[in-house]
Write a protein that binds this ligand. Structure first.
Ligand SMILES: Cc1cc2nc3c(=O)[nH]c(=O)nc-3n(C[C@H](O)[C@H](O)[C@H](O)COP(=O)(O)O)c2cc1C
Length: 166
């Protein structure tokens, strides 16, 4: 699957085959893709908390209002920002967004489904997620990862009215 195929085929998946094996090595491939994302002054202002434990996924579901799909997902990857690694600049949200998208596309390429569940700047969920993870970094998103048990059809949203060739 080339990158344009992965982009075209990716959809948010909210139902997974519960208990399906997703090897840690595949999660590491997704994280490698994440850490290859561009970032302002190459500061790479991120860190990742990953878990396949039911108690961790349940605790996150309890504080995040729209990540119920973690109930069937095999893993959760929390992408957290480290603004301290980018002093004086405010690009860390964009940098983490690029890392998140790389995870979604790498997962698609590996045959998995994902769903991006936003945290920061929504409050109180970002603070609550931070407490569950016991981290000092800023939770930007939880990503559900699993073997899809639904197949949302691919669709494009190309809108020529939003495009301006100058
Ligand atoms: C910043 C951001 C936050 C999102 N938060 C959630 C969320 O909390 N729960 C959820 O189910 N989907 C969430 N989504 C997924 C969007 O609903 C989804 O990407 C959008 O409806 C388009 O559908 P698609 O991903 O299938 O193309 C989020 C997406 C983004 C980019």
């Amino acid at each position: 699957m080339d990158v344009l195929e992965a982009i075209a085929a990716r959809r948010s998946v909210r139902k997974y085959k519960k208990g399906a094996a997703v090897p840690k090595e595949d999660i590491e491939k997704m994280l490698d893709a994440a850490m290859r994302a561009p970032s302002a002054v190459n500061s790479r202002p991120w860190e990742f908390y990953c878990s396949d434990k039911e108690e961790v996924k349940s605790a996150l579901m309890a504080v995040h209002p729209s990540c119920r799909m973690l109930e069937t997902a095999s893993w959760v990857i929390a992408v957290c920002a480290r603004p301290d690694l980018q002093p004086g600049r405010g690009f860390w949200q964009q940098d983490c967004g690029a890392a998140i998208e790389n995870i979604l596309l790498a997962a698609k390429n590996l045959g998995y489904g994902t769903c991006w569940c936003g945290c920061y700047p929504a409050q109180p969920r970002a603070d609550e997620v931070q407490k569950v993870l016991a981290c000092a970094s800023v939770p930007i998103a939880l990503i559900a990862v699993g073997v899809p048990d639904e197949e949302p059809s691919a669709k494009g949203f190309y809108d020529s009215e939003r495009v301006h060739f100058i």
